[in-house]
Structure formats: structure tokens, C-alpha cells
Ligand binder design. Structure first.
Ligand code: PEP
Length: 250
């Protein structure tokens, strides 16, 4: 089974329009990325510019977040309908920073998933355990709960639009990466968990990315694991050379 290989850069709340344009120009200069699909997630204010600049290139511009309603009195929020209107086709949902700092619950994330699919927007769905969960051997429970509570109401065909991203919180932005064995163990667990609920055929088709301090010096080893289909990259995606070194690590 050949699954889609994907490397996605999450720029988070970094880079104004000018810095975004500089980074995009650097990305456009990197021509070699045939081994996988490449995505970048700039801030909302730069999305349209990024789309216009990368339109003819095969780097997809994706959103970092989406609101769970189509429109209405939600000051400061951005809906799936709005994202769709500027050409966004994929959004990240459930990043641990959204869960922690913006109190996004399983139920809210489930609604975000549904409204995105209704607007024909694909999803990179993030989840991951805290260090204390791993230390108490509760990490498999935490992950299965995060997945089942927000995604297991979906139909089999909905899963054509879902990419998963396992991001252990203790490895995000800390420089501490999960070992390739820990990543493989969790990705294989996730695939089996999905196979039990749906089917092995469906589970084998889902791309599962790893995120958490992926850098040029560790990407190759992580990406070589059987159930790892790419990465969601934070810090290293802000430097074009590092990002493309990771992109070319398959
Ligand atoms: C992330 O925030 O999704 C992430 C993986 O960050 P970093 O690569 O900086 O650990």
C-alpha cells in the first residue's frame, strides 16, 4: 500500500506579510520536492497572498485553524466558508496549542471537523499526549480517546479527507523528539485502532504524520518507519533550507 507522503509546515503566529513573502520566495526557489506533497500554513492574514504566490507551484497553502460555525456573531473568528472562498482546501484542526490555550474540547473539534467537510475542506487532525500520560503509561488511552471522540462519527468515505498528525506535546518545540521506535509504536497503534472501528483497508490508506521537533538531522530516520507518512513541522518550517531538507528526507 502506497500512502500519500506529506510534509506540512505550521508557521503558527510567526511572520507578518513581508516576512511571509520572503519565505515564500525562498520556497519557490526550491524546486526539488518530488518525494512528497508539501503544505505550508501561514497565519490568516497572509493566506491569500500565499495562495496567489504559490498557485502555480505544487506547494499547498493550508489554514492553521477554522471556526466551528459557518458565519455569525463570533468576533475575531474565521469560518470554513470564508477559507473556502479564498481557495483553501485543507485546514489543521486540534493542534495541542489550540486545545490548551483556547480550550478546544473533543466536541468543539468534532464540530470543526464536520463544518470543514461540509465546506469541502480536508483536515489535518492533530492529537498527542502529555509527558505525564506517557510516564503513567496512559498514552494509548489518551490518543484513542482524542481520535474516537472527534472522528469516529465520520463515515468511511469522510476518511478520504482526513490526514492524522500524532504530536506528543512533550516533543513540540522542546527539541526533544520521540524516538523512531516510540513514533512507530504509536502510529501502528493508531492504524490498528482505526482498522478495528472501520476496516483494515481504510486504515492502510490513512496518512499519519509525526510532529514534534522534527529537524533535518532526524527526519530521515523518523520518515523511514513503516507507519510514518510524513511530518508536521513547526520551528524548522520557518527556515526554508531546513524545511526542504526535511521535505527531501524520504
Ligand atoms: C508543531 O507545533 O506542530 C510542531 C511539530 O512544532 P515543532 O516542530 O517546533 O516541535
Amino acid at each position: 500500500m502506497t500512502r500519500k507522503k506529506i510534509v506540512a509546515g505550521n508557521w503558527k503566529m510567526n511572520n507578518g506579510l513581508q516576512e511571509t513573502e520572503i519565505l515564500i520566495n525562498e520556497l519557490l526557489a526550491e524546486t526539488n520536492h518530488s518525494g512528497c506533497e508539501v503544505m505550508v500554513a501561514p497565519s490568516f492574514v497572509s493566506l491569500k497572498t500565499a495562495i496567489d504566490s504559490l498557485n502555480d507551484n505544487d506547494i499547498e497553502v493550508v489554514s492553521q485553524n477554522v471556526h466551528q460555525s459557518n458565519d455569525g456573531a463570533y468576533t475575531g473568528e474565521v469560518s470554513a466558508k470564508m477559507l473556502s472562498s479564498i481557495g483553501i482546501k485543507t485546514t489543521i484542526i486540534g493542534h495541542s496549542e489550540r486545545r490548551e490555550y483556547f480550550s478546544e474540547t473533543h466536541e468543539i473539534l468534532k464540530n470543526k471537523v464536520d463544518i470543514s467537510l461540509q465546506n469541502s475542506i480536508k483536515i489535518i487532525f492533530c492529537f498527542g499526549e502529555e509527558l505525564k500520560d506517557r510516564k503513567t503509561n496512559n498514552h494509548f488511552n489518551i490518543i484513542s480517546n482524542q481520535i474516537s471522540e472527534s472522528l469516529f462519527h465520520l463515515s468511511s468515505s469522510d476518511w478520504n479527507n482526513i490526514i492524522l498528525a500524532y504530536e506528543p506535546i512533550w516533543a513540540i518545540g522542546t527539541g526533544e523528539t520521540a524516538s523512531s521506535d516510540q513514533v512507530q509504536e504509536m502510529h501502528s497503534f493508531i492504524r490498528n485502532f482505526i482498522a478495528q472501528k472501520y476496516s483494515n483497508e481504510l486504515a492502510q490508506k490513512i496518512s499519519i504524520l509525526y510532529g514534534g521537533s522534527v529537524k533535518p538531522n532526524n527526519a530521515k530516520e523518523i520518515f523511514s518507519m513503516t507507519d510514518v507518512d510524513g511530518g508536521l513541522i513547526g520551528g524548522a518550517s520557518l527556515k526554508s533550507k531546513d524545511f526542504f531538507s526535511i521535505v527531501n528526507s524520504f
